[in-house]
Design a protein. Structure first.
Length: 220
């Protein structure tokens, strides 16, 4: 997936590197040329140096071709403006914005073009992965010191689980499908629930059962 990250500060650089490690195509936009020059040798992503609050700069950067925009600067007002421009001017499908001051969280809504608002870099990365990954396993939360995890898989068209009931999936004894999200609605999973392509399947797994669930939901 193509992800544009605005702001090369500590959070933006962290997110960009995490996304690169996950094999996403990343563009990092930074208005400070000195910061960009300092980071370029170690952060091997595409760069655009310029003010992301300017429509002409976003157009030059090719923002309309990206699947996700992450507004990760340290200024809430900048993140809001960039989010609004990304959604209204460039129709970016998914906009994720960093909230620096919790008192401003109420502003980060669809009215400002924000699909998801977050306030910590680790949560930010997890939400981006969840938003753009189809046919991949995303680890959302860890329990019991990592021995149990909440995972999410958005079922691809070729998933072996598609059009089968949960009972037919033969989920391991030490795993459980806890929710299915379909077109923005929660489906409480039961044995006769049929999962479909595009469903977001959330499951609790142990370290021992994670690979088995990955095979069931994604394939070998």
């Amino acid at each position: 997936m193509k992800v544009a990250v605005v702001g090369a500060g500590a959070v933006g650089a962290f997110v960009a590197q995490d996304l690169l490690d996950a094999n996403h195509q990343v563009l990092l936009l930074e208005r400070n040329p000195e910061l960009a020059a300092r980071l370029k040798p170690t952060l091997h992503t595409a760069w655009y140096v310029g003010d992301a609050c300017e429509v002409s700069n976003l157009q030059d950067a090719g923002l309309a071709t990206y699947d996700v925009l992450v507004a990760a600067t340290g200024e809430d007002q900048v993140n809001l403006v960039v989010s609004l421009l990304a959604k209204q001017e460039f129709a970016v499908p998914r906009v994720v914005a960093r909230v620096n001051d919790p008192r401003n969280k109420w502003l980060f809504t669809e009215n400002w073009g924000v699909d998801v608002s977050v306030s910590t870099p680790h949560l930010l990365t997890a939400l981006i992965e969840e938003a753009v990954s189809v046919g991949s396993l995303v680890r959302l939360l860890e329990f019991e010191h990592g021995d149990a995890q909440l995972i999410e898989v958005t079922l691809a068209d070729d998933s072996p689980a598609c059009d089968r009931t949960i009972a037919e999936l033969q989920v391991p004894r030490d795993a459980s499908i806890v929710a299915v999200l379909r077109e923005g609605h929660l489906v409480v999973p039961r044995g006769d629930t049929v999962v479909q392509a595009g469903d977001e399947v959330l499951a609790l797994v142990t370290l021992q059962s994670e690979d088995a669930m990955k095979t069931i939901l994604i394939g070998a």
